[in-house]
Design a protein around this ligand. Structure first.
Ligand SMILES: [Zn+2]
Length: 295
């Protein structure tokens, strides 16, 4: 619409000039008629090329959502990880948020349009969970459904509900992730408890990129896979015997163990390194080993 408004005076001018041509020819003024014809053709060509350039720019802009100063201020206040980043890494973080929001639709089940804050919480979880990796492949994820609070197995939000997030594998909901807004916010409140539901669910997604959710994320090399499998089995035994500080939820299966460990790695890496050095080492290798290839 704006483009049409901008070009309207030119279209009117070309139209008037074109109308003049037959009159000039009739009066024997063919030289002037030719000149006007040439001006109109050249003008239309220039206008078309300007229009093409502008449309191209608009299309490129649509490929990512640009964050404004308010968004950056919001990130600084609510995402402790972003606050700790240096200037250039902040730009990468913002850029990846923009890419994520352009690709994945965030829906709040109780609102006609999702709040920007909820979108930023979801996108920050995605970028934070994948940070350090040379790729940010969210697989076939197309939509994140945000529930205002925790919910139960029937997807009913209730005080007694206990599910805070879910990644679906297969079936109708294969391209969907569900997150509870309350749990998302709680995950980012800065208390170093090693828990962050957004990171947990995106760790499952990272695990899912290679086609199966099995506790081994996409791209982990074979040496680290072997070490990981051995150390995880050991640590699970310790949790079973009550000799580990790791959240017993990790006992559910290897995939949950991986997601719980990524939460601990992201939220409190120093403590993880001190208490479970081998587990820390494998994760640190995985997330940061390819840093040289990042750009
Ligand atoms: Zn899980």
């Amino acid at each position: 619409m704006n483009t049409l408004k901008r070009f309207l005076p030119w279209i009117v001018l070309f139209f008037i000039l074109l109308i003049c041509v037959p009159f000039l020819v009739q009066n024997g003024n063919t030289g002037a008629a030719k000149l006007i014809g040439f001006i109109v053709v050249a003008g239309v060509a220039i206008a078309l090329s300007v229009w093409r350039q502008q449309t191209k720019k608009l299309m490129e802009k649509k490929a990512r959502i640009a964050l404004n100063a308010n968004d950056r201020f919001w990130l600084e206040r609510h995402i402790p990880f972003y606050k700790r980043l240096n200037r250039s890494d902040r730009i990468v973080f913002e850029d990846r948020i923009g890419l994520f929001l352009a690709e994945v639709h965030v829906t709040e089940v109780d609102k006609p349009v999702a709040d920007k804050e909820s979108c930023l919480y979801v996108a920050s979880s995605a970028v934070y969970a994948y940070w350090g990796l040379p790729f940010w492949n969210y697989g076939n994820l197309r939509e994140v459904l945000v529930y205002p609070d925790d919910y139960n197995n029937e997807k009913v939000i209730s005080d007694a509900g206990y599910i805070q997030g879910q990644v679906h594998h297969g079936g109708m909901m294969n391209n969907t992730m569900i997150l509870s807004l309350t749990a998302l916010k709680e995950g980012f409140s800065d208390h170093n408890d090693g828990q962050n539901v957004g990171v947990h669910e995106f760790a499952h997604l990272l695990d899912k990129v290679d086609g199966q959710i099995d506790g081994f994320p996409a791209g982990m090399d074979s040496d680290n896979r072997k070490i990981w499998a051995r150390v995880v089995a050991n640590e699970m035994e310790k949790i079973r015997n009550g000799n580990s500080d790791i959240n017993p939820y990790a006992l559910k299966n290897e995939a949950e163990f991986f997601a719980v460990l990524v939460e601990m790695y992201r939220e409190n890496p120093e403590e993880l390194s001190r208490k479970h050095h081998l587990l820390f080492q494998v994760l640190d290798d995985y997330f940061n080993d390819n840093k040289a290839n990042k750009n």
